[in-house]
Design a binder for this molecule. Structure first.
Ligand code: MLT
Length: 254
């Protein structure tokens, strides 16, 4: 069975696509720096799930209904403060290195980030939604190959209203692995671009991504600079982050 692979490289593209929807399709959402890398890391460390929401107010509403939820996310890359929420300090920011087993094991985390959670929410009509990252790329490919989808859309969360280079590179890395694992893949032009870009960058991903907008932004902050190399490690976790019926991203172990 042939597989069509599309890449939506920017927020404008996936926002424009949302009304048409993703009926019968699988979406893999990439926010490599850092929302989907955070989710995959937290799930690997035993988190029960991540509830992605678009707004701080939504996160607070969830927390009011269920006070055991951990409040997480970022604005301008930093943990959300009481001044920003109007009430409480959030428990966690958006560095994957915060999501240790000691901190998150067994907990469900409601999270709001600038782009990543919005991109995940924009795929609401998809039959399947996965959180994609370099950290679990191989597991994601193996899981997709085992499914019977004929169409996969790779959604690049971006940064602000712009393309995020690292998201497109990760989409290209998935194309690279998927075309090796599964014959008869048909890539759209954006997927071909992403694939070529990844193959060009693969030999020195940290250096290439460190020059990107998000790479430079994070590297400029001594507390966050180690997130770049952390999020670019490949196939560290053998799990897939899958959207469950309740909307949470939960771990499926491969
Ligand atoms: C995003 O959602 O745009 C990113 O995850 C932001 C960040 O982690 O700094």
């Amino acid at each position: 069975m042939s597989l069509s692979i599309e890449v939506l490289a920017s927020p404008a593209e996936y926002q424009a696509r949302a009304p048409q929807g993703y009926a019968g399709q699988a979406c893999v959402v990439f926010d490599v720096l850092r929302a989907t890398s955070v989710m995959v890391t937290g799930l690997a460390n035993g988190a029960a799930g991540f509830l992605p929401v678009a707004e701080i107010s939504e996160a607070l509403a969830w927390h009011q209904k269920e006070p055991t939820l951990l409040l997480a996310g970022e604005r301008e890359g930093l943990r959300i403060t009481a001044a920003q929420s109007g009430s409480v300090e959030f428990d966690l920011g958006n560095s994957p290195r915060e999501y240790t087993a000691a901190r998150v094991h067994g907990r469900t985390i409601v999270t709001t980030t600038t782009n990543g959670t919005r991109a995940l929410r924009s795929c609401a009509t998809a039959e399947l939604v996965l959180a994609g990252a370099f950290l679990n790329l191989g597991a994601t490919v193996r899981w997709l190959v085992g499914q019977s989808f004929q169409s996969v859309v790779l959604v690049c969360a971006g940064t602000g209203e712009s393309v995020a280079f690292e998201d497109v590179l990760c989409a290209g890395a998935l194309c690279d692995q998927l075309t090796k694992a599964k014959r008869d893949c048909h890539l759209d032009d954006a997927a071909l671009l992403a694939w070529r870009a990844y193959r060009e960058a693969a030999s020195d991903l940290v250096a290439v991504v460190s020059a990107s907008k998000n790479g430079r932004r994070l590297s400029a902050n001594p507390e966050l600079r180690d997130d770049v190399a952390f999020c670019l490690r490949q196939d560290v976790f053998d799990l897939v982050g899958v959207r469950a019926d309740d909307g949470a991203i939960r771990a499926v172990r491969i």
